[in-house]
Design a protein around this ligand. Structure first.
Ligand SMILES: C[S@@+](CC[C@H](N)C(=O)[O-])C[C@H]1O[C@@H](n2cnc3c(N)ncnc32)[C@H](O)[C@@H]1O
Length: 362
């Protein structure tokens, strides 16, 4: 039986037939957020029944500890009477719910917080509204929708890896951008002719012909906005994702049903992500004239250990027995062990240069 073609595949093939190959960036953007057929536009992909699971869905401790880190930064900066508590790409709202529960006892924190969620997915907004039904929450389509007149305390977990990338392969005569075309009635990856790229000048020293680098154009304005607001009004931002200080290699990945999937096989039906280049995030936020510092990159496992996951895990385990205890122990290990998510996932924080770095960071 011939497999049924995904509607987005039909649309993209028609577009490519009419106007030629598209960039990997535009392909990824359509796959993830096409208004009718995008992966995030049409579903809640998280959890055991979905395609992948994230740290907040693995254990409540993740959101609790990051929440206490944010609250400590707020206290360290003089507990401003009004601030924006924002999350980018909040998924099912689990991290924010755990953060809010863990910070209930921090005097004045909830009264001062205005909760804003930046979420592009209508189905996930509905899940967030239900998870956070006890709180006053405002949604924005993009970071431009956040109020910019108050301190900003922001979390983004596995948000930047979901933003589309551009990909370039170094060639003796410049850089060849990865493009998507059609061959034998299938969407296939190809390469544009080499061009000079001033934005990749800094990669000439650490690459050679054949090497692949990736950029994420949509991340820079988001980070610039975060940097400007924290520089002007105070606050802190925590970015947790998989990736490294500098991107190298082809890291595009498709995931469907908790297994790797060909990113070009069923557009709109697989999650597409790529490693985050934290150096680019830090540079976009902490560029002059901002008065912003970026911490060093910290492994997720080390960060959670410094924030006290050992003591919190032990406290929670006291009320558990049998399968629930087993699950709790394996969730703790999954978040922290280097061979699980502890090293693959990294965290970067931004904070005003004249303030202490958020707790748990170097
Ligand atoms: C991998 S999920 C992570 C969810 C959540 N942070 C967690 O850790 O469980 C990516 C999230 O970012 C959202 N998202 C992806 N691209 C977005 C965009 N361009 N603007 C706003 N939200 C976006 C998705 O809908 C989803 O909520």
């Amino acid at each position: 039986m011939t497999p049924v073609e995904a509607p987005l595949e039909t649309l993209l093939k028609a577009q490519i037939a009419a106007s030629g190959p598209i960039s990997l960036h535009d392909y990824m953007a359509a796959c993830l957020l096409h208004p009718d057929h995008g992966y995030y536009t049409t579903r809640d992909p998280l959890g055991r029944a979905g395609d992948f699971i994230t740290s907040p869905e693995i254990s409540q401790m993740f959101g609790e500890l990051l929440g206490l880190c944010i609250a400590q930064a707020w206290v360290d900066q003089g507990a401003p009477a009004r601030f924006i508590l924002a999350e980018l790409g909040p998924g099912r709202g689990t991290l924010m719910a755990d953060l809010l529960r863990a910070t209930r006892a921090v005097a004045g924190f909830h009264a001062a917080a205005q909760i804003h969620l930046v979420e592009a997915s209508p189905p996930l907004r509905a899940v967030q509204a239900s998870t956070l039904a006890d709180h006053k929450v405002t949604w924005a389509e993009s970071i431009a929708g956040l109020p910019d007149d108050a301190p900003l305390y922001l979390i983004a977990n596995e948000f930047f890896d979901a933003l589309p990338i551009r990909q370039f392969t170094r060639h003796v005569d410049g850089w060849c951008e990865t493009i998507v075309g059609v061959a034998q009635n299938a969407l296939v990856k190809g390469y544009a002719a080499p061009t000079a790229r001033a934005d990749l000048a800094h990669r000439m020293d650490d690459t050679k012909p054949g090497d692949v680098v990736e950029t994420r154009p949509d991340a820079s304005p988001i980070m610039a906005r975060i940097g400007t607001q924290i520089s002007s009004h105070g606050g802190a931002a925590l970015m947790i994702d998989y990736g490294n200080w500098r991107s190298k290699g082809d890291t595009l990945q498709g995931v469907q049903g908790h297994a790797f999937a060909d990113p070009f096989a069923a557009p709109g039906h697989a999650d597409l992500t790529a490693h985050v280049d934290f150096e680019a995030l830090a540079n976009a936020a902490a560029a002059p004239p901002t008065n912003i510092r970026a911490t060093g990159l910290t492994d997720q496992g080390a960060l959670l250990a410094r924030l006290g996951i050992g003591a919190r895990a032990e406290r929670l385990s006291r009320n558990l027995t049998g399968a629930a205890l087993e699950n709790h122990l394996s969730a703790t290990q999954r978040l922290t062990r280097p061979e699980e998510m502890g090293s693959l996932f990294k965290a970067l924080a931004l904070y005003p240069a004249h303030m202490p770095a958020p707790a748990g960071f170097d």
